[in-house]
Design a protein around this ligand. Structure first.
Ligand code: GNR
Ligand code: NI
Length: 172
């Protein structure tokens, strides 16, 4: 297991479309193990493989609270089904857009069909934070960031600040 580096916007590698996994084998499981370790280290609740520079359709998530047992969920080749017409607003953040939090409107409920850690096809009903998070992660697999759901003004302001941060960090 290893902690991997998380890419930060506006890195163009985050814009790639991730490709499906053919077989859930030990190499994919090793990637998922690293992703969970990286996600816990960064104190995130979800992580897409593209965020660690692997353009494959793989997501990990753990919505357990701080005082609860860890309960990671592994999604390979996930598909969102039956998004509700009803929407909800959630204040989102992203490990690839550090320190910025903005409200995003998305379907309040959906289903997700995917292959689990052992390659077994599974379907879950999602609502609340789970529904928001799986849609946020699914966006990553399609090269989309939560800031793409904001006004251009807000998005550009965030991207400008991130670039400035990165310039300053590179000088240190
Ligand atoms: O840690 C994360 N928190 C979060 C909060 C609200 C909506 C989505 C998320 S996902 C984010 C981790 C991340 O960047 N996943 O891609
Ligand atoms: Ni994210």
């Amino acid at each position: 297991m290893a902690i991997r580096e998380i890419l930060t916007a506006p890195d163009p590698r985050l814009r790639r479309i991730s490709t499906p996994v053919e077989v859930v084998d030990d190499a994919v499981r090793a990637l998922m193990d690293d992703m969970v370790e990286t996600m816990y280290d960064a104190k995130g609740i979800g992580l897409a493989a593209i965020q660690v520079d692997v353009p494959r359709r793989v997501i990990v998530m753990d919505l357990a609270g701080e005082d609860e047992e860890p309960s990671p969920i592994y999604f390979v080749n996930p598909e969102i089904l039956d998004p509700s017409g009803e929407t909800s607003l959630y204040q989102e953040g992203c490990l690839s857009v550090p320190e910025f939090y903005e409200e995003v409107e998305r379907p309040a409920k959906c289903r997700v069909r995917y292959l689990d850690y052992n390659g077994v096809e599974t379907t879950l009903d999602a609502e609340g934070l789970f529904a928001t998070c799986i849609q946020h992660e699914m966006d990553h697999l399609n090269g989309v960031l939560f800031i793409d759901h904001l006004s251009r003004l807000k998005r550009d302001r965030i991207l400008r600040k991130l670039k400035k941060e990165q310039r300053l960090a590179a000088m240190a």
